[in-house]
Design a binder for this molecule. Structure first.
Ligand SMILES: Cc1cc2nc3c(=O)[nH]c(=O)nc-3n(C[C@H](O)[C@H](O)[C@H](O)COP(=O)(O)OP(=O)(O)OC[C@H]3O[C@@H](n4cnc5c(N)ncnc54)[C@H](O)[C@@H]3O)c2cc1C
Length: 552
């Protein structure tokens, strides 16, 4: 009979199959007989105490091992006939929210029609490489825009705290069906790696097309088609047809999954007078350390690098009413320029499956609320920010785009500090703490150039104050975190959306726009690959129910 047991293993034991078997037998209280199977079905590394431990769930005589094998067989929409319903779902954006919405639509027999401003993932790669070389950002094809969305050239970390939002294992299963390592079903802190993601995204496209879905690439949505109080589709501009071409893409419902960098979509809503809310977000820097140093701190100097994967960390603290936290930590990673238009400088992090670079990086972000928008006078010269502050001062009604303007203004200031390009303004951590410019910079794994800049003067004062206190606290929690070898790169500003596109709690539709399902990170209902994917599936399940009900 199948049974699950918990075992704890040292890294040395974990590396030896015989030792794992002995640990299993110890917990069972008997020897394993010939023909009995055992399989680790869940594992995590615990390095909180001096002795690093693998916590493992082992299934004895179960089916999990076989399931993992079987999931390699391509079976993306099992048991479902193709397009048995007459409904067409227009999905704007081919990021995790949009792609998983499309896969769920197919499972429910509906035709997904994906409208994506960027290019297929294979072509997108050339633009990203070109962006590093020329320092010019293509506003439709970059680290955030294009097939696979912001999730493609990412670390591909697949953990989420939003387990209440849906079936995480279904998201992981679909990744595995499309070529991800089945180990992602086992690791508590699973990741795919940016070198593997593009092929997975391309296979998802094959699935969607072969099951009757439709793609419109190079097609940027610029408006919604609204008739008789209901959203019927989108108006889009196509840029690959020998000159711009306007087209209408219509369907029975529209899932808006444009991500948190689609500022033109927020501007569209503001222009049309459709409801939007300002949403607290977070902003800060990316900190970079030698990976070996992080391994030493986290694995207590035991030189475990041979037996354990590159170490991660997760840090959080409170300073003067602001949360400060590590975000998207990439062990063995690279820092990338993640701007989506000219005149901005933004950084983010990613890593390959092997996480084998010599650097660890992580965003360190400070929460920013609408109450902070008024303190932007430090940028005095920016008319947009003056406007934000003025609106708050006279009447306290917050402009829904107030925090977006804040984000934009800081990114622009950082861009200027870089000399007007996507070089990364950088400072050594120890200099930042002393509020002095860096006369020399550490080696960095930024995909581009770093330039020395006084980040303590470039970033908003409250962000600087919070970061300084937080770094001191982090050094108490992870002794050695503050070191001559650590660098800061700016600005980590795309942590989550500064705007929410509201939706009704029950119907998931925009309160003024029936038939429109704001979805994923850009709408403010998700953060990260898995939660965005879950939200995409949830919106499609909801709209499917609504369409079938109204048809009967
Ligand atoms: C470098 C980097 C590393 C990251 N690493 C991780 C990680 O390891 N783990 C994790 O969980 N998260 C990570 N993230 C965050 C994660 O990628 C996002 O949370 C996730 O992609 C959000 O999914 P989404 O589908 O809601 O939006 P997005 O992924 O942003 O997708 C939105 C899509 O909409 C398209 N679009 C935008 N505007 C329009 C328009 N007007 N018309 C048509 N199409 C439009 C865009 O081109 C894009 O393809 C990372 C992000 C970056 C940038």
């Amino acid at each position: 009979m199948a049974k699950q047991i918990q075992i704890d293993l040292t890294p040395e034991e974990y590396a030896s199959e015989a030792a794992v078997k002995r640990a299993v037998e110890k917990v069972l209280g008997r020897g394993l007989q010939a023909g009995e199977r055992w399989q680790i079905v869940r594992r995590s590394i615990d390095c909180r105490r001096r002795h690093v431990v693998y916590h493992c769930t082992v299934e004895v005589n179960g089916e999990s091992g076989m399931k993992n094998q079987e999931s390699r067989v391509k079976n993306p929409v099992p048991g479902q006939p193709m397009l048995h319903s007459p409904f067409r779902v227009v999905i704007v954006g081919a990021g995790p929210a949009g792609l998983f919405a499309a896969l769920r639509a197919l499972q429910l027999g509906m035709k997904p029609v994906i409208v994506e401003r960027g290019k297929p993932v294979e072509e997108r790669k050339a633009d990203i490489v070109g962006m590093v070389r020329t320092k010019v950002v293509n506003p439709d094809s970059n680290w955030c825009f294009g097939e696979g969305g912001a999730g493609t050239y990412s670390d591909g970390k697949l953990y989420t705290r939003s387990t209440k939002r849906g079936d995480v294992s279904e998201v992981l299963r679909l990744f595995v069906e499309h070529g991800a390592d089945p180990d992602i079903m086992v690791d508590v802190h699973a990741h795919i790696g940016t070198d593997r993601l593009p092929a997975i995204i391309a296979r998802m496209r094959e699935t969607i097309l072969s099951h009757g879905g439709e793609y419109h690439f190079n097609t940027r949505v610029v408006d919604l088609v609204v008739r008789e109080g209901r959203v019927r589709g989108v108006v889009a501009e196509r840029s690959d047809a020998g000159g711009p071409q306007t087209l209408h893409v219509e369907g029975d419902a529209v899932v808006l999954a444009t991500g948190h960098s689609a500022r033109d979509i927020y501007e569209l809503f503001a222009r049309r007078g459709w409801l939007l809310d300002a949403k607290p977000f977070a902003l800060g820097v990316r900190v970079e350390h030698p990976q070996e140093l992080i391994n030493e701190i986290q694995y207590h100097g035991r030189g475990y690098s041979r037996l354990l994967p590159p170490a991660t960390y997760s840090l959080t603290t409170q300073v003067a009413g602001h949360g400060v936290f590590s975000f998207c930590m990439c062990p063995g990673g690279v820092i990338v320029p993640a701007a989506t238009a000219g005149g901005q400088q933004v950084v983010n992090g990613m890593s390959n499956a092997a996480r084998n670079s010599a650097f660890a990086n992580s965003g360190i972000a400070v929460t920013v609320g609408v109450e902070d928008a008024g303190c932007l006078g430090y940028l005095g010269s920016s008319p947009k920010l003056g406007e934000v502050a003025a609106r708050r001062a006279d009447g306290g009604v917050c402009d829904p785009l107030a925090l977006l303007r804040f984000q934009q203004a800081v990114e622009q200031r950082v861009f200027e500090a870089a000399g007007g390009c996507i070089d990364a303004p950088s400072q050594r951590l120890v200099d930042f703490l002393e509020r002095r410019p860096s006369s020399r910079l550490n080696k960095s794994n930024y995909m581009g150039h770093c330039v020395s800049a006084p980040l303590h003067e470039v970033l908003p004062p409250f962000v600087v104050d919070c970061l300084i206190q937080a770094f001191k606290d982090f050094d108490r929690k992870m002794h050695g975190f503050v070191t001559e070898e650590a660098s800061l790169l700016a600005v980590e500003s795309r942590t989550s959306s500064p705007v929410r596109i509201p939706r009704d709690r029950a119907t998931l539709q925009h309160p003024q726009l029936q038939g429109l399902y704001p979805c994923g990170e850009g709408a403010g209902y998700a953060g990260g690959i898995v939660s965005s994917a879950l939200d995409g599936m949830r919106c499609v399940e909801q709209l499917s129910g609504e369409l079938y009900m109204s048809a009967n």
